[in-house]
Write a protein of this length. Structure first.
Length: 176
């Protein structure tokens, strides 16, 4: 009986040492954005963009793209990221239809230019992608702001990220 008790005690002790040896060492965690006094990208939402304003934005963006002979897909969404108006220019690539809409949706929902996500991925951080599988981490998506409030967003796709940005900027200027 004593022999069984000692054997059981030895096995329990060995298991405890084995578990302790497998416990990983705690390492300091990377910063999760620090603790600023205000929330970054906290610009408030306003009344969602209407169809007439969305048409003006798309028309201006389309004119810029046409002037430069850059066939584009141009999407304008409301504050929720839902499509309000869209244009697929002749000759634009088909894959860019969905990309332009995801860029606009990302910019509206996250309240920031999509280049922020592109830069994050370029530096090796895929953090944002773990939060939203439909996130567009590519330049060419911008919030549309009227009187300091986000009313929607524009997303352009079909060229390089910088070409998409130029076309978006022309659309944004139509709101002013």
């Amino acid at each position: 009986m004593i022999a069984r008790f000692l054997a059981a005690a030895c096995l329990l002790g060995a298991a405890t040492v084995s578990v302790a040896a497998q416990t990983p060492e705690l390492k300091p965690q990377p910063s999760a954005g620090g603790t600023p006094d205000s929330v970054p990208f906290g610009q408030p939402y306003g009344t969602p963009i209407g169809l007439d304003a969305a048409r003006r934005v798309v028309a201006a963006a389309e004119a810029e793209a046409g002037k430069r002979n850059w066939p584009m897909n141009i999407a304008v969404v409301d504050t929720h990221g839902d499509l309000v108006h869209f244009s697929r220019m002749d000759g634009s690539q088909f894959v860019s239809v969905g990309v332009s809409q995801r860029k606009a949706r990302t910019a509206a929902r996250w309240r920031r230019e999509t280049r922020v996500f592109f830069n994050s991925y370029a530096t090796g951080s895929a953090y944002y992608g773990t939060l939203d599988p439909e996130l567009a981490a590519s330049p060419g998506g911008f919030p549309l702001v009227v009187e300091g409030r986000i009313v929607g967003a524009i997303g352009c796709s079909g060229g390089t990220g910088d070409q998409d940005t130029v076309v978006c900027q022309a659309g944004i200027a139509a709101l002013k």
